[in-house]
Design a binder for this molecule. Structure first.
Ligand SMILES: [Fe+2]
Length: 263
């Protein structure tokens, strides 16, 4: 499997403090069947505002030396959404695209969805970038307004669900959302979002079994191998289901009409 969201670089964010734990995370991931990890340190978020790209490059090179050839280690970042995302990408240093691709991993706060989120996400796509929204199933707004997520997918955004959400590690709401959205075609990629070897470990196998049980082997393979594989090879996703909408009386119709009228 390929893990495109993983905080394994030490001392750059809320991931591991020591090299030993960073190496242990990579070994644990390998034991889970993960052969490729994209390291995604937080950038432009709170106290991690200063993470420098050359420093991140140096750290992943050191981690590669310590870990060896397997799992393969690539560099990316997790960008905390700002409405100036397109401008920050044009400036070109702060956000590290996933494995040198055109895919950008973006997170939101877990308790809100910024107003007019669709506009910057659309603008960055005009410049050829593809947004992947990190763990929307852990966001309380998306949990109750899944058609809002579907409308963003309609506009070209992709989603990454955290493996632990399928096994209840982030509570019942995230678990229900993850499973429901998988059935409805709102899930493109599953990744660990690992932060350490204890509370947020790089576990994938148990989630893979849940995904298989809910959506079948082919979808499980798509969200853990083929789609993340397409990301790191900078290709269009291998599997893109048509999102189905929750029937709640015309919200999506209004949203689409609104977005359509702007385009
Ligand atoms: Fe993360």
């Amino acid at each position: 499997m390929i893990d495109i969201h993983h905080h394994c670089l030490p001392n750059v964010d809320d991931g591991p403090r020591e090299w030993d734990e960073a190496v242990a995370m990579c070994r644990m991931a390998a034991d889970e069947g993960i052969d490729t990890i994209v390291a995604t340190p937080h950038v432009l978020r709170g106290r991690w505002r200063s993470a420098r790209r050359d420093e991140l490059e140096a750290r992943i090179a050191t981690l590669r030396e310590k870990v060896g050839a397997s799992p393969r280690l690539l560099l990316g970042s997790e960008y905390f959404f700002g409405h100036d995302v397109a401008e920050v990408l044009r400036e070109g240093t702060a956000i590290v695209p996933l494995a040198g691709s055109r895919y950008i991993l973006i997170e939101l706060a877990s308790n809100s969805v910024p107003p007019l989120l669709d506009q910057p996400l659309y603008r960055m796509q005009l410049d050829g970038w593809i947004p992947i929204l990190a763990h929307p199933e852990r966001n309380i707004v998306f949990q109750s307004k899944s058609n809002l997520l579907a409308s963003l997918i309609d506009l070209g955004m992709k989603t990454q669900i955290t493996a632990g959400s399928f096994t209840g590690a982030f509570g019942p709401e995230a678990r229900v959302a993850a499973e429901k959205w998988l059935r409805r075609g709102l899930v493109h990629i599953v990744a660990t979002d690992a932060h350490n070897t204890t509370k947020r470990p790089p576990k994938m196998r148990e989630a893979l079994e849940v995904v298989r049980a809910v959506a079948g082997d082919d979808v499980a393979d798509a969200v853990t191998r083929r789609n993340p594989g397409a990301v790191i090879e900078n290709r269009p996703l291998a599997w893109e289901p048509e999102p189905s909408m929750e029937r709640n009386g015309g919200f999506l119709k209004r949203m689409r009409a609104l977005l359509g009228s702007r385009a």
